[in-house]
Every structure is written in C-alpha cells, then in structure tokens.
Design a protein around this ligand. Structure first.
Ligand code: ZN
Length: 345
C-alpha cells in the first residue's frame, strides 16, 4: 500500500509530461508546416485541450507545451480553449493570419498511454490520427471555392470546420478578446452568437449597470445561440438565476416578429428592476457571398463585425416596463408565459 502511494504521484506526473509533450509536438509540427517562428503575432492557436479527457487523463498540460513552443498565450489573445464535451478528442489548430492557412492536428489517444521516452520517440503519424492543412481565409475561399468545397465536404478539420474557420477569420479582422472567448464557450462563432453581442451592447447602453447591487437577468424566450454570449459577458448563468430559458412555437414567434427575449436590469437591494422586451433582425446585412452554402454564415459572421458599435442597426425595443419581485417571479416561473406576463403576446 505504501509502495503504491509512493508510485502514484510519479505516475500522475508522467501522464502530465506526456500531455505536455503532445502540445510541444503539435506546435512544432504545425509551426514548421506554416513556416512561422516562436512569437509570430500572426499565429492563432485554438484547442480542445483542457476540456477533453483522454482515457481518464486530463489534457490541460498540453497547453504548456503549446505555449512554450509558440509563445502564444491567453494573455496575448492568441490562444483559446474551445469548449467541447470531455469525451471528444483532443485537437490543436494553428492559423497563420499572414497566409490564411490553418493546420489541424488530432491526437491519437492510443499513443498517449506509454512512457514519456516512448512517446517522444514516436513519429508524427503515430502521435496524431490526423494532420491536415487548408487555406481558410474568406477572401481566398471566395476565389477558390473548389478548395473550400474540399475542406468542408471532406471534413478537413474532422468536423470542426464550422468552429475553426469563422473564428480564424474574425480573429484575423480584429475580433475582440472577450468576443472570441464567448464564442469558444458557445463552441463556434456564428451570426447567432454575434447577435448576442449586439443585444448585450444595446441593453448596456439603454440600461447601464451603475452600482454593485445591479445585474442583468435574461428571460430568454426564444433561446438561440445568443444566450451563450450573454452568460459569459454578464455572468448571467441559469445556475445563479441570471437566465431562464424557454422556447417559443413558430406561431408565437410570428406573432411577435424578431422577438429576442426580455432583458432586465435588476437591483437586488431595492428588489426592483427595469425590463426591455427586444427584437432582433439582421436580415438587412449584405454578406457579399456568391459562392457555395458553406460560405454563407461565415461571410455573414465577418460582415456583422462592421456593426459592433452600432447595435441599434439590428436591435429594437418592443416594450419597456418596471419589474418588482412579484413580477420577476411571474416571468421566471414554469407554467407562466413570460411574453404574456410582459404583455406583448
Ligand atoms: Zn451558434
């Protein structure tokens, strides 16, 4: 028993060392392929490391390897952890803003079970079950739709194309740190999660937070991608009663065009708040995309970035009203219809 306990810490350390070496190998291989040096400001790294668990081993140590080799970090806004369920594979993605090229590597879980020395000796094709490269810059893809067809239809990034390609393009065009971070929580960057940013900014302008008793509460009705950005930006999580999520029927959506939900600035000391019922409609935005379907949402996500400072282009107020504790309870409770409580349906 004593012997076993003495061995355990050593085993755990060996596991972490292998995982760190995995990150090291991923960064070395990808950076060689992209011809970028340590500290290159054009390099973005996205990874599921830290969320993925492989054969019972957590994967956060891979981040150390990535950071040591590339010089990228969260602090430099060029390394992000994309949310994935723990049972999905650990992968790494490197994007060079200068060329538009992206390299994707997925770890071969079986390769991670040996000792550090064994792992170090393995060739790339045993360490990774997939290594692939594609140009993902939207302007390039507009003129090379055949390459884009290939990338999307053959799943060049193992099904993560819809995550990695929009994030690369928006990051390259100056997408803010907190926005990219929120899209990582959402799993991907899309026009829907972007609408969350516009709704948030609109609310923040109309109902700014002015003291520590105040917070935002969202009666999310109907829900879509936007909710995930609001949780990150406002810490408005369902677990802390910051958000209540309910779907609407198509008929109900039609009855209140563009309905995006009820947004409340709540004062927890005074037990009262101000509510906005908001609508969202970005159908006026022209994405300029003339190519295949896979580029349409990508192009819209990029085009929407021009409006980050003018959320009123797409967001409008349907109704404003005051909320007290009783009204808040009605808006939140199952069995009540929040849009009826708000008097808009
Ligand atoms: Zn989405």
């Amino acid at each position: 028993m004593v012997l076993l306990l003495a061995l355990l810490p050593g085993l755990a350390m060996a596991d972490n060392a292998v995982m760190e070496e995995l990150g090291t190998k991923a960064a070395k291989t990808a950076m060689q392929d992209l011809k970028v040096e340590k500290g290159d400001a054009n390099l973005l790294i996205l990874t599921s490391a830290g969320h993925a668990i492989v054969d019972g081993q957590t994967t956060q140590s891979a981040l150390k390897g990535l950071m040591n080799v590339s010089g990228n970090s969260i602090g430099d806004a060029n390394l992000f952890q994309v949310l994935r369920p723990y049972w999905k594979p650990v992968w790494f993605y490197f994007f060079d803003k200068a060329t538009g090229e992206g390299v994707f590597l997925q770890a071969n879980g079986k390769a991670l079970n040996g000792s550090l020395d064994e792992f170090k000796a393995l060739p790339d094709d045993q360490v990774f079950s997939k290594i692939s490269k594609a140009n993902v810059d939207i302007d390039y893809l507009a003129n090379h739709t055949d390459e884009g067809n290939e990338t999307y239809s053959k799943k060049a990034f193992n099904g993560n194309e819809g995550t990695l390609i929009p994030m690369s393009n928006v990051w390259a065009r100056g997408g803010s740190f907190e926005f990219i971070q929120a899209t990582c929580f959402h799993d991907h960057l899309c026009p829907g999660v972007t609408s969350g940013l516009f709704l948030a900014k609109y609310v923040e302008e109309k109902l700014p937070i002015t003291n520590s008793s105040e917070s935002y509460k969202v009666i999310s009705c109907p829900n879509w991608c936007k909710e995930d950005l609001l949780q990150m930006r406002w810490d408005a999580t369902p677990g802390k009663s910051g958000m209540f999520v309910m779907a609407l029927t198509d008929a109900e959506k039609k009855a209140v065009p563009g309905i995006a939900g009820i947004f409340i600035r709540w004062n927890d000391t005074a037990k009262q708040g101000d509510a906005l019922v908001l609508a969202y409609n970005s159908s006026s935005v022209k994405n300029g995309w003339k190519g295949p379907d896979w580029g349409s949402k990508l192009a819209t996500s990029v085009a929407l970035m021009d409006y980050v400072d003018s959320p009123e282009t797409f967001v409008s107020t349907i109704k404003e009203f005051k909320v007290d504790a009783g009204k808040l309870a009605l808006l939140q409770n199952a069995g009540m219809h929040p849009l009826k409580v708000a008097g808009v349906l």
